[in-house]
Write a protein of this length. Structure first.
Length: 572
């Protein structure tokens, strides 16, 4: 019995990522039509530029378009998008060499209902550009103008000098933007060094629905400006800042937490934080779910203990480089972390394996654990080890004492692991990694870069879910690489940078067997002949990016030729 199309649509809509649509689209014309209509996001890179008109027609329900590694004419691409009639609500044009003024004007004349715009890391962003954003898209709700690239802007004595910039963002530009975007809810101003407290005044006065402000690395914003934003923005739910509290925290700033009744996310990275401030935050009785104190100074265990005891609903906790923490103190804190889903304890050098296993035991909802550059592997394992099926991602890089026994125990505790990063863990060998891969059948991303103990990686069992393998600097040879190709049918990203034992024969084994392969990095693989590149592009149509061995530079004609076949070939 055949199912009606509506049933198939309901089934396909349950898939977590549009990459799952690709094999389905090959089954029949009905599946192709359904997956085309269900796809809502398109990432545009250099290889996709030539087929852009066809892609815009193929996917009529696109909501989000993202430009990545794009070096073509952005104005031209935006002009094509403006003529498509797509129901676009989100656009990402970050990391561009210039502000696409003409393209955005054309897009704004056709798609004025755009809700989200990401213009971060754009070269020479200036006030007039912000005003044009407001004119083009008056219904924007989220804007990211963080960290524009203005090149060198320092005076001879090392201080910032506005006269050195060809264009920059100031409070005037923020006022022009805020006065035009009355529905604005989220804005990230981070990395704009010349905006002042007046920018926050403009936002608080004009954007009454504002819920999130990012002001990291904004040198001229003071505690008074932050306090005003928290007092005047009644709907504020998230504030992301750093570098406050030097040399002391202003009383006005401390008291402002009592006014931010809706604050759910608080980031105070790289700041001088006193226990007194943490106590004031605790006593404010905020609906706090996310707290970031990454690389903060001066606060102690007593301050964080009191705060966490008041906010046991926290789901996200970042205490990176809290050097006063040890296994015993973390054991005390886990009593309050029953709802935690993410934690970052990197650079807490006194924490050992004991903390890791206590976290997995006492925090049953944990999904992501980041314990890079700690002392994992030093302490003996606790007698009671509890399996935690919720943990999906472990970031354990740069733990020099982490060994095979410990990592196997971690795999046992986290059977549903999907992402594992043990980069620069020199005591781990291929025996430990193979043990993990056999225990954790859901692994889709494995990062084992520069693990000196891994001499080779001969996989003799199926890994049907592995999509990303970062194996930089390992002694993998052609035989092992061919086995990886045969056992990892869904492999899409492969990093072999600095794998000196790999030759063209091993690369051929992967390309032939991995039908979903999209990106291969061969930098410093100097035993791989560049003559294999053309064969790779034509043999595996899914390839989108190849990084050549060092010293190999494609000619303009070669680069354009490969681009026409959908693959960006980069010099090593």
């Amino acid at each position: 019995m055949e199912l009606p199309q509506e049933c198939w649509e309901s089934i396909f809509s349950l898939l977590q990522h549009h990459r799952s649509f690709e094999p389905l689209s090959l089954v029949c014309n009905m599946f192709l039509s359904i997956t085309n209509h269900l796809r809502h996001t398109l990432t545009i890179t250099d290889p996709t530029l030539e087929s852009l008109p066809r892609l815009l027609r193929r996917f009529p329900n696109l909501r989000t378009i993202i430009f990545r590694d794009f070096h073509g004419s952005l104005d031209s691409a935006l002009s094509q998008i403006s003529q498509s009639g797509l129901p676009l609500i989100s656009l990402d044009v970050s990391n561009q060499s210039s502000f696409p003024l003409l393209g955005l004007k054309q897009l704004g004349s056709k798609l004025r209902n755009l809700k989200e715009l990401n213009c971060s890391k754009i070269v020479s962003l200036k006030d007039s550009d912000l005003i044009e954003i407001g004119n083009c898209f008056p219904f924007l709700e989220a804007v990211d103008i963080s960290y524009p690239d203005h090149g060198c802007g320092f005076s001879p004595n090392g201080s910032l000098d506005a006269r050195s910039f060809p264009g920059l963002v100031t409070a005037y530009g923020i006022l022009g933007l805020a006065s035009r975007l009355r529905r604005l809810r989220k804005i990230d101003l981070s990395g704009n060094p010349f905006i002042t407290d007046q920018a926050l005044v403009s936002l608080s006065s004009n954007c009454l629905f504002l819920t999130e402000i990012g002001i990291r690395d904004c040198d001229f914003i003071t505690q008074n400006g932050i306090a005003l934003a928290m007092r005047k923005s009644g709907n504020l739910k998230s504030i992301l800042m750093n570098g406050i509290g030097i040399p002391s925290i202003d009383l006005c700033f401390k008291d402002s937490f009592a006014y931010a009744r809706g604050l759910r996310e608080l980031e105070l990275s790289n700041s001088f934080i006193s226990d007194e401030l943490l106590c004031l935050v605790a006593e404010a009785c905020l609906p706090l779910t996310k707290l970031v104190l990454s690389r903060c100074f001066c606060y102690t265990f007593d301050g964080i203990y009191f705060l966490l005891s008041k906010y046991q609903s926290l789901t996200y906790l970042d205490l990176e480089r809290a050097n006063f923490l040890n296994d015993e103190s973390m054991m005390e804190l886990t009593k309050f972390l029953g709802n935690l889903t993410f934690t970052n304890l990197s650079l807490c050098s006194n924490l050992t394996s004991s903390t890791f296993f206590n976290l997995t035991k006492n925090c049953p909802l944990l999904s992501v654990i980041n314990m890079e550059r700690t002392n994992l592997g030093v302490e003996e394992f606790p007698t009671e080890i509890v399996v935690n099926p919720r943990v999906k991602s472990l970031y354990l890089a740069w733990n020099n004492s982490l060994n095979d026994e410990c990592i196997k125990k971690a795999a046992y505790v986290c059977p549903n692991l999907e992402v594992l990063d043990v980069t620069y863990c020199s005591c781990i060998t291929e025996k430990g990694i193979l043990g993990i891969l056999k225990s954790c059948l859901h692994i889709r991303c494995l990062e084992i870069n520069r693990c000196e103990g891994i001499k080779n990686l001969e996989i003799d069992f199926e890994l049907p879910r592995l999509e990303v393998l970062q194996a930089e600097g390992l002694g993998i040879n052609d035989e092992a690489l061919t086995l990886i190709g045969k056992r990892c049918c869904r492999l899409s990203h492969l990093n072999l940078e600095g794998c000196f034992n790999v030759t063209a024969r091993g690369v051929e084994g992967v390309v032939l067997n991995c039908k979903a392969l999209k990106e291969v990095n061969l930098r410093w693989c100097n035993n791989v002949s560049v003559h294999i590149v053309a064969w790779m592009v034509f043999s595996r149509p899914s390839l989108r990016k190849i990084t050549l061995p060092c010293g190999s530079v494609p000619t303009v004609n070669q680069r354009n030729f490969f681009l026409r076949h959908g693959c960006l070939v980069c010099k090593g």
